[in-house]
Design a protein around this ligand. Structure first.
Ligand code: SF4
Length: 601
């Protein structure tokens, strides 16, 4: 099938063996690419392994649209069994490595085993080598990127870890290009456990598409449509930071470890402050709406911001200065730590201190303390050790009721939306494939614009539709969803792009089914790998059920537990899962997953 490199590259870091396999057309049709390929490989090849042992595998995967010259297509999925959650883990990253991987002729790289010493893998078309990385080990992700670019060329595709990944911090990410990050559920730690510091990819071949002339014409029109959208101008000014003011007004801005949803000092660090401090913009390849906004941080260094990291490293820990939040973000990027989990861990420790559960005194908004904690977390030392496995594990260690305000689902920290008064978004976090991430279904803006307080079945139906598009299609295709989400770029473009690239005609109905197959296999993977997996794994934290915000327009409101249970039951029913959240046999069989049905009983 056209549009793919067509080859899976396998690198065994224990034996040094490098092999290549053809990817079948059936695999391409059934799983599309990216997340689809990743979960299929994990299902087939990674069972009952310690996520940080050499038996785990780390998968780098792209789809038919990735790396192509079309809107926001420079994405790649990185997946593995997660050391943070124990279940399926992945994340997408925008990187030149995606473009180079496609040009080198590969759709998937599977890293196996563990190198005896620090190494990196160099992929230059057919030529693949495992090289010594002793001099890179210990370097932060910016320094190591510089050194690798110096050696292999500025335009190489580089994926690497910082010291957080080397130190096996369970929410370490994979980094690229000084600030792009992916793989929240510890993909960087899996890389570190293999003594793998980096991948450097250089591809020089042309991609064989079905109809290049048509693609070229549609791509031109697509970029033009994006630029012509009404919301484009404001997006280019603020990017995802446009959500900051909106979230605060609607009581959704995570504040003081999600205790509140309104931050008194929000005007000191919202999107308009960003506009004043703005020094430049960065982003993923092929994107004409780049969302990484640069400012000088409090140490006068360049830092890249978006809503999630400022929400979590700002109000969520009481920081009221954009340059200070940016400085913490820069540290997280250098250390290769997930900014959302980092903000949640620091917030957890601040609240634990306030409640007298730990002897250390850490005040909300104390920037120096937050910097110190970031370093300790990156090293897994001192108080950082308590949260280096995430807030779920920290609360299990600490006890004393802290489970109620350890803000996670399935062990993955919640991204920057407070849901005391957004039951649909609470359910989206509850049922997301990797734990509490907004990637699969950011239903909150639809919910607030429509009937935010309802617990109707129609809301559950909308959530499932979003999950199929976002978590199923976009993650597998593998392209950025933000042109559609943020400037209303038409979904009808994607089947057309796919046809021009692959030669296969697919409707959105077909793509929904593919998305369903991928999401059901993810669910089956959780069931197989986590013995206690079931309904209770789909609950958001107690704080949203038991506590209310003290001020703002949703003061006094909390998620109604009985109504949440009803929504969850509808969700399972609509998904074709039993009331414990496990896919039914006929659901799996209808998706061509009979073998999977037999395995999970
Ligand atoms: S919108 Fe942002 S995340 Fe999406 S491709 Fe562009 S720069 Fe990357």
């Amino acid at each position: 099938m056209n549009g793919y490199g067509g080859t899976l590259l396998r690198v065994n870091l224990s034996s040094g063996k490098i092999s290549k396999e053809e990817i079948s057309d059936a695999m391409k049709r059934d799983y599309l690419g990216g997340r689809g390929f990743a979960v299929k490989l994990l299902w087939d090849e990674v069972r009952s392994v310690d996520p940080l042992s050499e038996k785990n595998k780390l998968i780098f995967s792209i789809g038919p649209l990735s790396g192509q010259m079309l809107p926001s297509a420079g994405k790649m999925v990185i997946a593995s069994r997660s050391p943070l959650t124990g279940g399926y883990g992945d994340g997408n990253i925008g990187t030149m490595a995606s473009v180079h991987l496609k040009k080198a002729g590969y759709d998937v790289v599977v890293m196996e085993g563990k190198s005896g010493k620090p190494c990196y893998v160099l992929i230059e078309d057919e030529n693949v080598q495992i090289l010594d990385a002793t001099d890179l080990w210990g370097k932060n992700s910016f320094e190591a990127q510089d050194l690798l670019e110096k050696k292999h060329g500025k335009n190489s595709g580089v994926l690497l870890i910082g010291p957080g990944g080397e130190n096996l911090i369970r929410f370490a990410t994979v980094m690229s290009q000084r600030g792009r990050a992916g793989g929240r559920p510890g993909m960087g730690a899996v890389m570190g456990s293999k003594n793998l510091k980096a991948l450097v990819i250089k591809g020089t071949k042309s991609v064989l598409n079905f109809d290049d002339a048509k693609l070229k014409e549609m791509v031109k029109k697509g970029y033009e449509e994006i630029k012509g959208k009404e919301s484009y101008e404001f997006w280019m000014k603020q990017g995802t930071m446009q959500a900051f003011e909106w979230a605060n007004e609607n009581g959704c801005l995570p504040t003081f470890n999600f205790r509140e949803g309104v931050f008194e000092f929000s005007k000191e660090m919202d999107g308009y402050v960003l506009e004043r401090l703005h020094t430049g913009r960065k982003g993923c390849p092929m994107c004409n709406m780049q969302c990484g906004h640069l400012i000088k941080d409090s140490s006068d260094r360049e830092a890249e911001l978006d809503y999630e990291n400022i929400g979590m490293l700002g109000p969520n820990i009481g920081i009221r200065s954009l340059p200070q939040a940016a400085a913490l973000n820069r540290m997280a990027d250098e250390w290769g730590l997930d900014t959302i989990s980092l903000g949640s861990c620091i917030g957890f420790l601040m609240e634990a201190s306030e409640k007298g559960l730990i002897p250390e005194k850490i005040e909300w908004g104390d920037f120096e303390a937050a910097q110190k904690l970031t370093l300790e977390i990156g090293k897994g030392e001192g108080l950082g050790k308590l949260v280096s496995h995430g807030v779920k594990a920290a609360a299990e260690t600490l006890g004393k009721g802290s489970q109620q305000w350890a803000m996670h689902v399935k062990g993955l920290e919640i991204s920057a939306y407070n849901c005391h008064a957004c039951p649909g978004m609470a359910l989206a976090f509850g049922t997301c494939s990797i734990g509490a991430h907004h990637k699969d279904a950011w239903i909150i803006s639809w919910e607030i614009a429509n009937d935010r307080f309802s617990y109707d079945k129609s809301k559950v139906e909308k959530l499932i539709e979003f999950q199929k598009i976002r978590g199923g299609f976009f993650e597998s295709a593998t392209v950025c969803r933000l042109p559609w989400v943020e400037v209303s770029f038409g979904l009808q473009w994607y089947p057309e792009y796919l046809e021009a690239v692959t030669g296969e005609k697919r409707t959105w109905e077909d793509l929904y089914k593919t998305g369903d197959r991928v999401l059901n296999l993810v669910r089956a993977y959780w069931k197989r790998e986590v013995p206690s997996f079931g309904r209770t794994w789909d609950y958001p934290p107690g704080r949203w059920f038991e506590e209310t915000q003290s001020h703002g327009k949703v003061k006094g409101i909390k998620v109604d537990r009985a109504k949440y249970e009803q929504m969850l039951s509808w969700y399972y029913e609509l998904r074709g899962w039993d009331q414990n959240g496990i896919p039914r046999r006929e659901t799996l069989e209808n998706l061509g997953l009979r073998g999977v049905a037999e395995e999970i009983g």
